[in-house]
Ligand binder design. Structure first.
Ligand SMILES: [Zn+2]
Length: 441
């Protein structure tokens, strides 16, 4: 079948099967968005460029007489907790977890109508091809990429079920407007993405009882949501265990002030070792730490480790089974309406995520910390020149130091995982690492 016909004088334009894709999807009448102003005849198609992907997706772009308006794909990025670039060899997506594709199209001057764009998703060895339309809040293409917001970007969401091995993509911008080959090349991308199997995490919350008070944690649903929004895992189970008490925490070792027992920090180490033993008796010994359930002890608010002015909020075994944090009852600040003010996650949630990062094999990011530094994270302990995305709150943010962000594994700024940390967690979940050090804060 021929895939195009030359326009007739009346402007009848047949563009069936511009995208041969799964169930098939017809193109639209040509020349609507970028025809030459003042021209009465629609632009003429002179050739068709056939684009084949690495899977079942095939797309067509039209060559023809429409004026080249200089529209170009300036940048494509993939948002799954962190921002990664599809062309970067290190990029890896966690399976079974939705991805927002950010597409930035620029024009050489302001006022150029934002073109239509579509994303074609396929998988190696499969015929099916899924077409996803990009949408934008902006009616015109910007002259430069706005890294701070997505207000002038296009956005398409790849559903979680499509994020699996062999993932291929095509991005096609303004494919139905016949223009030059040079323009067509600027407005097309194709590639393959590295995707892991869906990664699991099982969390056992263990509330600690001490002197009539019991530690509390946010609801299982909130913790599950928090983890889904911040970690490369998609299959998450959170359960609460019965309350436990620890022999390592003796009243005689604490200083009692205004109803609060102040323990030296060394007692937190002892408590974590004991909690870890209770964890192992619960889950069994010998499981690989990267795939075993993880135990989270939560101590009550009548305990402080350290002093009133210098308290420790959590402790974990790096690449281990267990961690402990102070009680926290909520994960989110509902009053935060955007990502650039105060953090939308609570201090308790951030403590939880920091210690959980240790459990998932990360050391500290080098900002405001002492001791072992994780050489795999950014050297300044921040997020590099990358964005973050909280799919739960739908917050997109450029994680620059000037915006106040820092690696959640540091002690600086507004915490979020860096793209490097995200991939390190994926690597840990898949391959594990040897555990060589003791408890860390
Ligand atoms: Zn730490």
């Amino acid at each position: 079948m021929k895939n195009y016909t030359r326009n007739t004088l009346a402007g009848t334009f047949i563009s069936a099967f511009l995208v041969a894709c799964g169930g098939g999807s017809s193109g639209e009448s040509g020349g609507s968005s970028s025809g030459t102003p003042g021209t009465t005849l629609p632009p003429t198609t002179t050739a068709t460029i056939t684009r084949t992907g690495l899977s079942g997706c095939v797309a067509k772009q039209l060559e023809g007489t429409a004026t080249d308006q200089g529209l170009a794909i300036a940048r494509v990025s993939l948002l799954q907790v962190v921002e990664q670039l599809p062309e970067a060899t290190e990029t890896v997506l966690a399976g079974g977890k939705g991805v927002v594709v950010r597409l930035d199209i620029t024009a050489p001057k302001s006022g150029v109508v934002m073109p239509k764009a579509k994303l074609l998703i396929g998988h190696d060895g499969e015929v099916a091809c899924t077409e996803i339309a990009f949408s934008s809040a902006s009616g015109t293409a910007p002259v430069a990429v706005d890294r701070q917001t997505m207000a002038s970007s296009l956005k398409a969401v790849i559903p979680a079920a499509e994020i699996r091995e062999g993932l291929t993509y095509m991005i096609l911008v303004d494919g139905e407007t016949p223009s030059t080959k040079t323009a067509a090349d600027r407005l097309f991308r194709v590639g393959k993405l590295n995707v892991t199997d869906a990664l699991e995490e099982e969390v056992i919350i263990m509330p600690l009882t001490f002197q009539g008070e019991t530690g509390s944690a946010a609801s299982e649903a909130d913790i599950k949501s928090l983890m889904s929004r911040t970690l490369p895992v998609s299959d998450i189970t959170v359960t609460k265990n019965a309350d436990i008490s620890l022999a390592a925490l003796k009243v005689s070792d604490a200083t009692l002030t205004d109803g609060v027992y102040y323990f030296p920090e060394s007692k937190l180490n002892d408590a974590l070792v004991e909690l870890n033993n209770q964890c192992l008796s619960l889950i069994g010994t010998g499981l690989p730490t990267q795939s075993a359930p993880h135990c989270v002890g939560v101590w009550p608010s009548n305990i402080v480790f350290g002093t009133p002015s210098n308290r420790t909020l959590g402790k974990a075994f790096t690449g281990g089974y267990s961690m402990m944090v102070a009680s926290f009852t909520t994960t989110d600040d509902p009053g935060a309406t955007g990502p650039y003010g105060s953090h939308w996650l609570t201090q308790g949630a951030l403590n939880f995520l920091h210690e959980y990062g240790h459990v998932l094999g990360l050391h500290h990011a080098a900002c405001g910390v002492t001791g072992i530094v994780d050489a795999g994270l950014y050297a300044d302990g921040r997020l590099g020149d990358r964005a973050g995305y909280d799919a739960g709150r739908e917050f997109y943010f450029l994680g620059s130091a000037s915006n106040g962000f820092a690696d959640i594994m540091s002690y600086c700024g507004k915490g979020w995982h860096s793209d490097k940390g995200y991939r390190k967690i994926i690597d840990y979940k898949l391959n594990g690492i040897p555990v060589t050090d003791g408890p860390t804060g």
